[in-house]
Write a protein that binds this ligand. Structure first.
Ligand SMILES: [Zn+2]
Length: 154
């Protein structure tokens, strides 16, 4: 139950846990094929796009990759990737130094991955977890980024 509430930003709920326990809880949230990513994939598939997932050999192993278009999508959890100004990214009031260090590290890595991908000719889109809530807007954002879908193409 706690894990579910964590994903929607209810971080205060687990403040009574030790940093170690919370770290364990958070690690359960940060696995592959998380719900936001699946939601984006389902939406893309429904629109007629075909793609590869977790493409190894590319900087940062992008979550969703369009090989022919040379476009990559990362679906970022707002807390872990430090979505600026987002309520899902609110940090716990305890162990501030711990979380700041961890999240800053993730942000530095993210930005470095985008730079490297760009240098290799890739165009990158970041989809934030909180953007999944508005499917119409998200659809617009994806279509604008990808161009019209071509079935049987990836
Ligand atoms: Zn967000």
């Amino acid at each position: 139950m706690f894990v579910i509430r964590l994903t929607v930003g209810g971080l205060n709920v687990v403040d009574r846990f030790s940093a170690e326990k919370r770290s364990w809880l958070m690690s359960r949230v940060r696995r592959k094929d998380t719900t936001p990513e699946l939601a984006v994939r389902r939406l893309l598939f429904g629109l007629g796009y075909r793609y590869r997932v977790h493409r190894k050999g590319l900087p940062g192993t992008p979550d969703i990759v369009f090989l022919k278009r040379k476009k990559a999508v990362f679906v970022h959890g707002c807390f872990w990737h430090g979505h600026s100004g987002c309520k899902l990214a609110t940090r716990p009031k305890s162990s501030i130094a711990f979380w700041t260090k961890k999240i800053s590290g993730n942000q530095a890595r993210d930005s470095n991955n985008v730079t490297q991908l760009s240098q290799q000719g890739w165009t990158v889109l970041i989809v934030w977890q909180c953007e999944i809530q508005d499917e119409l807007l998200l659809r617009e954002k994806l279509v604008r980024f990808l161009g019209p879908p071509r079935v049987a193409s990836n």
